[in-house]
Write a protein of this length. Structure first.
Length: 299
C-alpha cells in the first residue's frame, strides 16, 4: 500500500464503528465488515461488493475497506461482503476446455444474495452495489431476486463488467487508453478468459444471473452508474447503460474524468474522492426511507 493511501485510510477510519461479522449462507459462513458512524442514524445502508476479476480481493482490499470507511464518514452504513472467490486465472492463457472444477458461478452470487437478504431484513430499503466484478455480481443479484419474486434493490455500479463478451470499444474510448495506458487494459480475449473462469463453462456464461448484460433488465428500476474515463471496460458499462435506458430504468450515469479502472482502490487520489462524492450524494438524495423520495434523472 502506498504511504499516501495508508494515510488516507487512517483518516477515513477515524471515529467510525467498524466490525467484522459472519453471516450464515447456503454455502457456509460469509465474512462481512460493517462501517457506520456511532453518533448518528445512517442516511442509507449499502451492501458493497469488491472487485478483483471474481478471483481476487477481500475485505482488506482498499476497494472494499477504503470505500466502506469513506462512505461511513458521510453517514452511510456500509456492509462489505467477502464472497467466495473462484480460482485464479491466467491473463494470457485460455482456461482448459470443458466445465471447470472448483468454486465457480453461482457460488459467489449466492454469497452476495445471502448477505443482502439478511441486511434487507434488517433495513428494508438497503441498496446493493459494487465495483468491477462486484458490480456484475450486484446487478446479477438484482435479477436473481426479481426471478424469485422479490423487488430488485436500487444499485450502485462502479466501472463494472456486465457482458459475457466485451462489447465493441468505440473509437473515442480507444483514444483514451493509447500509449502506456493501453498496456494493462482489458481486451476482448482477456475478458473472455476472466468470465469463463468465473462461469465455469460457455453455457453458464449465457445465464442472465452470470452476466446480466444483453438480457431483460426491466426488473432493475433504480441505478447509479460510475465509469472510469480511461478504461476499456467502459465499453461494457456504456452498453449496459443503453440497455438500462431502454428498459426504462431510472438512471444516473457519471464518467470520472482521467480515471483508470479500479480508481476506488486508490483512496489518496482525486478520482476516488469524486467517485465517493457521487455515491454519497446519490444515496443521500434518495435517502431510501420509502423508495420514492429524491428520484434521479436519466442522463
Amino acid at each position: 500500500m502506498k504511504r499516501s493511501d495508508r494515510r488516507s485510510v487512517t483518516r477515513l477510519t477515524a471515529g467510525l464503528d467498524i466490525g467484522d461479522h459472519l453471516i450464515a449462507g447456503r454455502n457456509g459462513t460469509i465474512p462481512v465488515r460493517r462501517y457506520r458512524r456511532a453518533s448518528a442514524e445512517p442516511v442509507a445502508t449499502l451492501v458493497w461488493v469488491h472487485g478483483g476479476a471474481f478471483a481476487f480481493g477481500g475485505l482488506d482490499q482498499l476497494e472494499s475497506h477504503a470505500v466502506g470507511a469513506a462512505l461511513g464518514q458521510r453517514g452511510i452504513e456500509v456492509v462489505a461482503v467477502d464472497h467466495r472467490r473462484v480460482p485464479p486465472w491466467n491473463w494470457f492463457r485460455d482456461p482448459p476446455a470443458g466445465r471447470l472444477a472448483g468454486t465457480r458461478y453461482p457460488v459467489p452470487l449466492h454469497d452476495v444474495l445471502d448477505v443482502f437478504e439478511v441486511i434487507r431484513h434488517e433495513q428494508a430499503h438497503a441498496v446493493l452495489g459494487g465495483a468491477s466484478a462486484g458490480a456484475c455480481l450486484s446487478a446479477a443479484a438484482a435479477l436473481a431476486l426479481a426471478q424469485q419474486g422479490t423487488a430488485a434493490p436500487p444499485l450502485v455500479l462502479a466501472y463494472g463488467t456486465f457482458h459475457a463478451a466485451l462489447p465493441e470499444i468505440a473509437p473515442e474510448m480507444r483514444a483514451r487508453v493509447r500509449g502506456l495506458r493501453g498496456l494493462t487494459q482489458f481486451r476482448p480475449q482477456t475478458v473472455h478468459r476472466m468470465n469463463r473462469n468465473y462461469a465455469g463453462s460457455e453455457q453458464a456464461m449465457r445465464e442472465a444471473t452470470a452476466f446480466p448484460g444483453g438480457h431483460d433488465l426491466r426488473a432493475i428500476t433504480d441505478v447509479l452508474m460510475i465509469d472510469a474515463d480511461r478504461d476499456t471496460l467502459r465499453a461494457s458499462g456504456a452498453a449496459f447503460r443503453r440497455e438500462l435506458h431502454s428498459a426504462g430504468t431510472r438512471l444516473d450515469y457519471h464518467v470520472i474524468a482521467e480515471a483508470a479502472h479500479g480508481f476506488l482502490d486508490r483512496p489518496s487520489t482525486t478520482p476516488f474522492r469524486r467517485g465517493i462524492d457521487a455515491i454519497a450524494t446519490w444515496l443521500s438524495a434518495e435517502r431510501r426511507t420509502d423508495g420514492t423520495e429524491g428520484r434521479t434523472t436519466p442522463r
